[in-house]
Design a protein around this ligand. Structure first.
Ligand code: MN
Length: 766
């Protein structure tokens, strides 16, 4: 059992075991919680500090330990542990970061002013004003959390940053405090658990990352992930474990092969392998929309070198020993990241033909990569206070100061958002709902992603949006601080399938795919139902869902919906359905003109008075947003006013042809594919339908413009124009356009014929 935090109390004890020495970090099902019997002793804490700071003020630490323990007295945590175990563990986390005495003492005291009888004055008197100020900063933060739970998260963040303005060590204690609370989150009621985990993922984890504290960030992310999506976490863990089983010893083998090839060139390096954490794997799968197998960088290796020169020499050896994966090389040593991170990154096809991601850096860079701003705060005797050190050495600290300066100058939160907000999270954008809820999205996300982040139903029914009060397309890329109002329509039950390619987030894409799949299935089921009902009407037998339910086993379909969808898709014939329901049903074949072909041996209802009327069984056709899977004749279209017929194609739905279309000849031998259809156009909401014209044009300058103008002036919508020159004098134009109906189309044709540049106009029926 060990937590991600490499040097936490549990792992320090496990460090003597060989497995831990290799450096492979494995993930526990649940991070370790401190068993009551193993609460750290006063002596343990002092020892931990002394191990990195021989000059520690032991008396001060002891005094703080005793003071906090007495102050919290009999108080208990949600877990039933004595309350004091919490500040003690927070202090222990900070000893992992090798922080100075004042920070450790502040951690021990961090909840005393708020939760006990202790006062600032008393703490000042006992521990001095420096520690008093730290504890007071932490107290302010805690009060802030309590009062502003309902307030905007951005405002919270602003106050958080302001509260740490005086001393960055407040932030370090706050992050450790949050980390311990996350480690013990399972004892908190489920409702608050979620809120705390969301806040951690939205604010504290990115803040830790921005401060360069990657270990802290990763553990906060893992714990939030485990709380917010335990199923996804379990899935990734399962895959990781399976992979580990399949590749037993792979990490060790790669480690020793890397070490050996470096050693053969006279370079010593500390080689540490690890597999990625579930959260980073999951976000990569979501962001890139790829499956687990497609992820190349499950395994990462770190080569920690003595100096910068050795880093580049190691890089040379790696690149000449194994094939390099192109596009993965990054040199953050020559160009450090904003949070002070420095390292060389590359990916090679390494030992065992396994893609491995390598990070090459020095010990010092490694410290900063893991502990960020806290690495600068390492106790160093005689070089001034940690804050002094930070001022000189840390970009992350400079960023923090800069942010805080802007904060102090700008009066309102909007201005804050405008300038800085969220430079903090440089790969994210932060937007707001009209009610002020913060929605965090990856960079380049658009309104569709936003809508699905708010709620799946909002995404599915989104028809428009306003960004900062102005109408905008749903595909608009969002900027930090945008307030987004999504306009929804109950009439839209499923999103256009094209959204799937527009959406950036995996969440939105998956939801769109699910919704369109359901909608398409619904369309096929509706079509199937009409086909079945039509057959039953023709045959004059009664259709009833109940009766079909009884016949489901014979059709090998789980539900009526599934039967209908199968008929709609052409996988099942309507006559099969009839036969399943009425075993003595005989198929009656009717050709396209409604005449019976005489294959029925004996029609059950032959004495019926007359053919059923055509119209009641004809399927009403609306338009392309129909609830049926329809298309219009690909070469020529069809418009209301045309007499039409539907041709069913398996898996494609119905294609609507005008009855005069020559293409229908191809289907003459398959009368079962013919469907009676009729127009069902709503006059109040006019829709356009496709048609094709062939226009023979006199070749003179501007003639094409004249044709296009006529069509536009008469409210025709040109989709496409193809030109072919027939002779020096004439050009044939094939024009695909959209019109409301046959009358509209005829009017356009008449207007075109009136033009002198037009010699001939014909409608094309494909
Ligand atoms: Mn606390």
């Amino acid at each position: 059992m060990m937590a991600y935090w490499r040097r936490n109390s549990q792992q320090a004890q496990a460090a003597a075991e060989p497995a831990a020495a290799v450096g492979l970090v494995s993930e526990p099902a649940r991070p370790a919680k401190t068993p009551r019997s193993r609460m750290m002793r006063q002596y343990d804490l002092v020892e931990r500090v002394r191990s990195y700071n021989p000059n520690t003020d032991e008396a001060l630490l002891n005094q703080a330990y005793v003071y906090a323990m007495k102050a919290h007295g009999e108080q208990k945590r949600a877990s039933g542990d004595p309350y004091f175990s919490h500040p003690l563990e927070v202090a222990a986390i900070l000893t992992d970061l090798k922080l100075d005495d004042a920070t450790i003492v502040a951690a021990l005291l961090h909840d005393t002013i708020e939760d006990t009888e202790a006062t600032r004055t008393e703490i000042d008197n006992l521990f001095g004003p420096e520690i008093g100020a730290l504890v007071e900063g932490l107290t302010k933060l805690k009060r802030l959390e309590l009062v502003s739970r309902e307030a905007k998260q951005a405002e919270n963040l602003r106050k958080l940053l302001l509260a740490i303005a005086d001393d960055v060590r407040v932030l370090l204690v706050k992050l450790a405090d949050r980390l311990h609370n996350m480690r013990t989150l399972e004892f908190v009621p489920p409702a608050s658990r979620r809120r705390i985990a969301e806040e951690t993922l939205d604010i504290y984890a990115p803040l830790a990352g921005r401060m360069g504290m990657q270990e802290m960030r990763e553990e906060l992310e893992e714990l939030s992930f485990l709380t917010l999506d335990p199923e996804a976490h379990a899935v990734v863990m399962q895959r990781l474990n399976a992979l580990a089983d399949r590749n037993q010893n792979l990490i060790e083998e790669i480690e020793s092969e890397l070490s050996a090839s470096l050693a053969s060139k006279g370079i010593t390096a500390r080689v540490v392998g690890r597999r990625k954490r579930p959260f980073s794997i999951w976000t990569k799968m979501e962001r890139k929309s790829v499956g687990f197998e497609q992820l190349s960088d499950i395994f990462g290796f770190r080569l920690v070198m003595n100096d910068i020169e050795a880093c580049y020499r190691a890089l040379g050896i790696v690149h000449t020993t194994w094939p390099v994966v192109p596009g993965r090389f990054k040199d953050y040593i020559s160009t450090p990241k904003q949070n002070d991170y420095r390292s060389i990154h590359t990916t090679v096809i390494g030992p065992g033909n396994q893609r491995v991601e390598l990070q090459i850096r020095t010990e010092e860079m490694d410290q900063i990569a893991e502990y960020g701003i806290a690495a600068h705060a390492f106790y160093k005797d005689g070089v001034g206070s940690p804050t002094e050190l930070l001022k000189r050495e840390s970009n992350a600290f400079a960023w923090l100061r800069h942010t805080i300066d802007i904060l102090s100058e700008s009066a309102n939160p909007e201005e804050f958002l405008e300038h800085t907000k969220l430079e903090l999270f440089h790969d994210q954008v932060f937007c707001f709902t009209p009610k002020g809820k913060l929605i965090a999205l990856p960079r380049h996300a658009n309104v569709i992603d936003f809508a699905y982040a708010v709620h799946t139903d909002v995404g599915n029914s989104a028809v428009g949006c306003k960004i900062n009060g102005k109408f905008a397309p749903l595909s608009s890329e969002l900027q930090n601080g945008d307030e987004v109002e999504v306009l929804t329509s109950p009439a839209q039950s499923a999103p256009p399938s094209a959204w799937e390619t527009l959406a950036v987030t995996g969440k939105a894409r998956a939801a769109i795919r699910r919704a369109t799949r359901t909608a398409v299935r619904g369309q096929y089921a509706a079509l199937g139902r009409r086909i079945v009902e039509r057959l039953f009407m023709r045959a004059k037998i009664e259709y009833a869902d109940d009766k079909l339910t009884g016949a489901l086993p014979r059709l090998a379909r789980p539900s009526i919906e599934e039967v209908m969808a199968s008929v709609g898709r052409g996988e099942l014939k309507a006559s099969d359905v009839a036969r399943a329901m009425y075993p003595d049903y005989k198929e009656e074949r009717i050709n396209r003109f409604g005449e019976k072909k005489s294959l029925a041996v004996k029609l059950r209802l032959k004495s019926a008075p007359s053919e059923p009327p055509r119209h009641p069984v004809a399927i009403p056709i609306r338009g392309l947003n129909s609830d049926l899977p329809i298309k219009f004749a690909p070469n020529g279209g069809a418009v209301p006013g045309d007499r039409i017929v539907g041709i069913v194609s398996p898996g494609e739905g119905i294609t609507i042809y005008p009855i005069q279309s020559p293409a229908l000849k191809d289907f003459e031998e398959e009368p079962e594919r013919w469907l009676d259809v009729r127009w069902d156009v709503d006059e109040t909401t006019p829709q356009r339908f496709p048609a094709r014209l062939l226009v023979e044009n006199v070749n003179e300058p501007g003639s094409l413009a004249q044709v296009a103008t006529v069509i536009a002036e008469h409210d025709g919508n040109i989709d496409n124009i193809n030109m072919s020159r027939r002779s020096p004098d004439f050009t044939d134009l094939t024009i695909d356009l959209e019109v409301y109906d046959l009358k509209h189309l005829s009017a356009i044709i008449a207007q075109l014929r009136a033009k002198s540049v037009v010699s001939r106009v014909e409608r094309v029926n494909g």
